[in-house]
Design a binder for this molecule. Structure first.
Ligand code: FES
Length: 99
């Protein structure tokens, strides 16, 4: 469901934050105070910001061709989403292996 201030829930620590619709998932994680892997400065090059989406897949901006290419080039699992490339439009639950 789309929302003006989507709630982003981050597991397993169950940290939640509300951000304006259209915020990148990476910025939402930073706003929540959690670390997020990245070595390209969110330029869509490294693929390290990949997160597993546990709920709300339909509340994310659709995967663009560049995200698909970046994931393939960096051997990122296809079902993960690159937090710096995706925008949150509704409530989402996500996790990373290092949280
Ligand atoms: S931070 Fe490098 S691809 Fe997202």
């Amino acid at each position: 469901m789309l929302a003006a201030m989507p709630q982003i829930r981050l597991l397993p620590g169950d940290v939640a934050v509300e951000v304006p619709s259209g915020t990148t998932l990476l910025d939402a994680v930073v706003t929540a105070g959690l670390p997020i892997a990245r070595s390209c400065g969110a330029d869509g090059l490294c693929g390290k910001c990949a997160l597993r989406i546990l709920a709300g897949v339909d509340a994310l901006s659709p995967e663009a061709d560049d995200e698909t290419r970046i994931k393939a080039r960096n051997r990122v699992e296809p079902e993960l989403r690159l937090a710096c490339r995706v925008r949150v439009l509704g409530d989402v639950t996500a996790t990373a292996s290092y949280w």
